[in-house]
Structures are given as structure tokens and as C-alpha cells.
Design a protein around this ligand. Structure first.
Ligand code: NAD
Ligand code: UDP
Length: 316
């Protein structure tokens, strides 16, 4: 195949990873998906099993692995608070040891490597919107710290391997992303509200729902991630990727009630500790350097996601 690259996607059976594998396979690359199936599922990638340029390996990134590859997208890490808090020590190990193992591999086989970092590295931000120069407001010892600090340390490792060993790195800071193939029990707000609405259960708004998030549809996000990996070696990031369309959690609940026509009622539950009050990406840098911006508006992205959950819930 013309210009065929070998690409390793860690966390490839997860929500974002499966969309990324699909995109890279479609582009004619040889894709190796690595996953331990903690939050990912075979269902997410089963449509790729018959393709000659797709392979799957079950492996836990806390253990080293030697694979010949030209590029690595490092996505392995649970992303939903309930899952990353389930075994916080393991979450730190996945972020930190996973980064060390993948950076060591990249150094050894001279592969380009991209880290899926997160808006969580900004913590509960005191600057709004958040640009890449903001250094964050993160609790080192709270329930979210295993994820936030693990991801911060991974960024540190990426930049140290780059400076010390000339590893060709990219770092993207992903803001809240949603879409088909989120796990129905994922626990993040969009999937929770949609599944609750479709099953006529109470919609669980934490706190008073005034906290904000900015939600990016998965296709837009994958486009940004691939552009960053394939862009100039002179721009390694970190770069914010996300949709600046900011909504409160209560507005999101009301929108989903409207779009599904559900009988569900909103109920208010306690706000989890350290839950960020507001979050909105400044994406000026991505616009300038990658000529990237999201196109899919919240309402149309939510409709696609509702259709997806409607299908899988009727199959269950
Ligand atoms: P996800 O939970 O659906 O996917 C994570 C994948 O990593 C799963 O398939 C899981 O089984 C796998 N995994 C976890 N620990 C592993 C380990 N030790 N070894 C091998 N595989 C392991 O989450 P997602 O939303 O697809 O997130 C993918 C990446 O993007 C994560 O690194 C996450 O931190 C980052 N991110 C996502 C968002 C978002 O809104 N979706 C926002 C910021 C950052
Ligand atoms: N949230 C909520 N109800 C839920 C799940 C989440 O109100 O059933 C809130 C949560 O408290 C947070 C926001 O929605 O303020 C986004 O939560 P999510 O877990 O999706 O992501 P993160 O907090 O990591 O941005």
C-alpha cells in the first residue's frame, strides 16, 4: 500500500481510541490497537477485525512491550472520574509508567509519539478560558489527583524525553469530548444523561448544575489529534483541542430532555469534591498552527449520540 505506516494506538478499544483506529485504518495505515479492556470493549473495534491492516493486542501498559512501529498515539488511561477513581494507584501507574514505556519504545524504534493529555491538567481553573500558558490549579491529594497529576507527570516525561533524548513528541490537551461508543456505564455526564433520559430514569445533576463544561464532538476531536500528529515537527504542543461552546450542566440536562422527549425528571445530587467550576478551551493556538477548529454543534452532536445509545440500549 502507498506510504503505509505502522501505527500503534494504546487505549485503542476505548471511546476515542476506536474512532482513531477507524480513521487511521481508512487512511491505509497498518494499525495495531493495544488495550487491556479496562474501560474499552471489543464491540468498539469489532467492525475493524476483518481488515488486513488492523491488529489487536491485549496488553497492560503498566508492563513494558516491544513493538516495531513508526508512530504511537498514547491514549491508554481511563478518562471517566468513576473509572479512574476506582483504582487510583493503577491510574497513576497507567499514566506514568505507560508514558515511560511508550517513550522508551519511541526512543528505541525512533517513532513519533503523541500524548493524549487533558484539560484536567488545569485543575479547577482560576483563569477563563484556559490557554496553554495557564499552569493550572490542581489539588495534589484529592480524589481527582491520581488522574490530574498522572497526566501532568506524563507531560513532564514527554518534554524531558524530547529535550534529553530528542524523541519526536506531540502533546494535545483534550477537553470534554462525547459521541457514539462512549460506554453506557461510562459515568461521564453526556452518556449518563442520555442513558437516563432514554430509560426514563431520573437525570442526576451534581451540585446545582451551574458548573460549566465545553463539549466537543468526537469527529472534530479525531481530526485535531491526527492533524497534530501529522503536522510539522516544529510544533510539538502542548495544544488545546476542544469546542469553546460552553454550557452549564443544568443546560445540558435540559437540552437532552428536549431532544429525547423523555419523561425523566432532574434530581440534584451532591457535587463531587474538587469538581471544576468552569471549563472552556482557548483554541487560538490550534487555529493558528493546525488550521483546526470544531464544526459540529452541540445539538447535532447530541442527536447522533442519542441515536447511538438508542440502538445499543434496544440491543441489550
Ligand atoms: P476510555 O476510557 O473510553 O478509553 C481509555 C482506553 O484505555 C480504554 O480502552 C481502556 O481499556 C484503556 N486502558 C486503560 N488503562 C490501560 C492500561 N493500563 N493498559 C492498556 N490499556 C488501558 O476513554 P477515552 O475518552 O477514549 O479517553 C482516551 C484518552 O483521551 C485518555 O488518555 C484520556 O485521558 C484522554 N482524554 C479524553 C477526554 C474525553 O473527554 N474523552 C478528555 C481529556 C482527555
Ligand atoms: N455530572 C453530573 N451528573 C452526572 C455526571 C456528571 O452533574 O451524572 C457533572 C460533574 O459533576 C461535572 C460535569 O458533569 O461537573 C462533567 O462531568 P464528567 O464526569 O463528564 O467530566 P469532568 O468532570 O471530568 O469534566
Amino acid at each position: 500500500m502507498h506510504n503505509q505506516k505502522r501505527i500503534l494506538v494504546t487505549g485503542g478499544a476505548g471511546f476515542l481510541g476506536s474512532h482513531l483506529c477507524e480513521r487511521l485504518v481508512e487512511n491505509g495505515n497498518n494499525v495495531l490497537c493495544l488495550d487491556n479492556f479496562f474501560t474499552g470493549t471489543k464491540r468498539n473495534i469489532s467492525h475493524l477485525f476483518g481488515k488486513p491492516n488492523f491488529e489487536l493486542i491485549r496488553h497492560d501498559l503498566v508492563q513494558p512491550v516491544l513493538i516495531e512501529t513508526d508512530a504511537i498515539y498514547n491514549l491508554a488511561c481511563p478518562a471517566s472520574p468513576i473509572h479512574y477513581q476506582y483504582n487510583p494507584v493503577k491510574t497513576v501507574k497507567t499514566s506514568v509508567m505507560g508514558a515511560i514505556h511508550m517513550l522508551g519504545l519511541a526512543k528505541r524504534v525512533k517513532a513519533k509519539i503523541l500524548q493524549a493529555s487533558t484539560s484536567e491538567i488545569y485543575g479547577n481553573p482560576t483563569v477563563h478560558p484556559q490557554s496553554e500558558t495557564y499552569q493550572g490549579n490542581v489539588n495534589t491529594i484529592g480524589p481527582r489527583s491520581c488522574y490530574d497529576e498522572g497526566k501532568r507527570c506524563a507531560e513532564t516525561l514527554f518534554f524531558d524525553y524530547h529535550r534529553q533524548n530528542q524523541v519526536n513528541i506531540r502533546v494535545v490537551r483534550i477537553f470534554n469530548t462525547y459521541g457514539p461508543r462512549m460506554h453506557p456505564n461510562d459515568g461521564r455526564v453526556v452518556s449518563n444523561f442520555i442513558v437516563q433520559a432514554l430509560t426514563n430514569k431520573d437525570i442526576t445533576v451534581f451540585g446545582d448544575g451551574s458548573q460549566t463544561r465545553s463539549f466537543c464532538y468526537v469527529n472534530d476531536m479525531i481530526e485535531g489529534i491526527v492533524r497534530m500528529m501529522e503536522g510539522s515537527d516544529a510544533f510539538i504542543g502542548p495544544v488545546n483541542l476542544g469546542n469553546p461552546e460552553e454550557v452549564s450542566v443544568l443546560e445540558l440536562a435540559e437540552k437532552i430532555i428536549d431532544l429525547t422527549g423523555t419523561q425523566s425528571k432532574i434530581v440534584f445530587q451532591p457535587l463531587p469534591q474538587d469538581d471544576p467550576v468552569q471549563r472552556q478551551p482557548d483554541i487560538q493556538l490550534a487555529k493558528e498552527k493546525l488550521n483546526w477548529k470544531p464544526f459540529i454543534q452541540l445539538e447535532s452532536g447530541l442527536k447522533n449520540t442519542i441515536d447511538y445509545f438508542d440502538q445499543i440500549l434496544t440491543q441489550c
